[in-house]
Design a protein around this ligand. Structure first.
Ligand SMILES: Nc1ncnc2c1ncn2[C@@H]1O[C@H](COP(=O)(O)OS(=O)(=O)O)[C@@H](OP(=O)(O)O)[C@H]1O
Ligand SMILES: Nc1ncnc2c1ncn2[C@@H]1O[C@H](COP(=O)(O)OP(=O)(O)O)[C@@H](O)[C@H]1O
Length: 291
């Protein structure tokens, strides 16, 4: 069963007045620069050989002399507009485990309920952004690194963002988790045994891999490192041994998102912060009015 860990920080809610003045300052800064606001010019830039009123820049990887621009519309304001919290639901599991099917079903459920979503799918992304990557360990790591950053951009815009990639290496998934804010990254483990995935084999890839026609196929001759502490575990069978449908799985995730407060205005308290899981009323319904 899924754990209920959630540690979304209770950020400050900017007042209307603060937001207005932030917009004014931003406009002034763009028009005339910080000196016009009566502030001292920023300190000598990290990379600037010549001292002067330059904005500081730095080097990141092979990108030299770059500078981070804060988004002028705060993420929280976007989340308030949408009535939800941006997050990354990171589906991981073997090929054929149902990542795409369940993520797609969940996206429809969320959309029907009026939520903004985004879905990044392994096969699709490898048709475009990541078509230069293969399936070596290094390429898979780079695949996940890029997707992690793209997913984060969507979450920053307030979308409930789903990714469906095998993402076989624990370290790669943890790297994405670390790039996210606390509570923003939810690992969804498709806990479907290899035998079940292989029996499905919708693309015939397991058959080819067993025949040696595809090398380094995950689960056959390439590793899959299962998550040790996923936020959500999706099991193949019900407690009494019946196979679960994609809809049942998607509804499980939807319920957890709802219970954890991701699908409501970010000004509402999160369950983790207030221990509201214990505060269900006698009908078993969460009673937010009590908080
Ligand atoms: N060698 C090998 N191993 C695993 N999978 C392979 C391989 N070659 C091709 N495919 C197909 O590529 C899909 C997996 O792509 P991902 O981007 O999700 O992989 S990874 O996260 O970088 O490991 C995967 O799609 P899914 O079945 O949707 O998972 C396969 O169809
Ligand atoms: N819960 C499920 N029960 C039965 N079949 C499923 C279930 N989820 C997915 N499938 C089927 O399994 C196959 C693989 O699903 P897919 O979503 O493509 O997996 P992945 O994206 O992990 O490779 C598809 O044919 C899909 O219809």
């Amino acid at each position: 069963m899924a754990s209920t860990r959630c540690c979304v920080p209770a950020a400050q809610i900017p007042s209307r007045c603060c937001r207005r003045s932030a917009v004014r300052v931003a406009a002034q800064q763009q028009a005339t620069g910080p000196a016009a606001l009566g502030r001292p010019a920023p300190a000598v830039a990290v990379n600037n050989a010549v001292a002067g009123p330059h904005l500081s820049t730095k080097d990141v990887g092979n990108s030299t002399n770059i500078r981070w621009h804060e988004s002028m519309v705060a993420r929280r304001d976007k989340e308030m507009l949408l009535g939800q919290r941006g997050c990354v639901l990171w589906f991981t599991g073997l090929s054929g485990s149902g990542k795409s099917t369940v993520a797609c079903t969940l996206e429809h459920l969320l959309h029907e309920r009026g939520h903004l979503t985004s879905l990044l799918d392994g096969d699709n992304i490898r048709h475009g952004l990541n078509k230069d990557l293969g399936f070596s360990a290094a390429d898979r790591t780079e695949n996940i690194r890029r997707i992690g950053d793209v997913a984060k951009l969507f979450a920053d815009a307030g979308a409930v963002t789903m990714t469906s990639f095998i993402s076989p290496y624990r370290a790669d998934r943890d790297m994405v988790r670390q790039r996210c804010q606390p509570g923003e990254f939810l690992e969804v483990f498709m806990n479907i045994p290899l035998e079940v995935c292989e029996a499905r084999d919708p693309k015939g890839l397991y058959k080819k891999a067993r025949a040696g026609l595809i090398k380094n196929f995950t689960g056959i001759d390439d590793p899959y490192e299962a998550p040790t502490q996923p936020e959500i575990t999706v099991d193949c069978f019900t407690a009494d041994g019946h196979p679960r449908s994609p809809l049942d799985m998607a509804e499980q995730i939807l319920q957890i998102l709802d219970d954890m407060g991701y699908l409501r205005d970010p000004r509402m308290p999160t369950l983790a912060a207030y221990g509201a899981l214990q505060r269900k009323n006698s009908d078993g319904v969460l009673d937010y009015a009590q908080l």
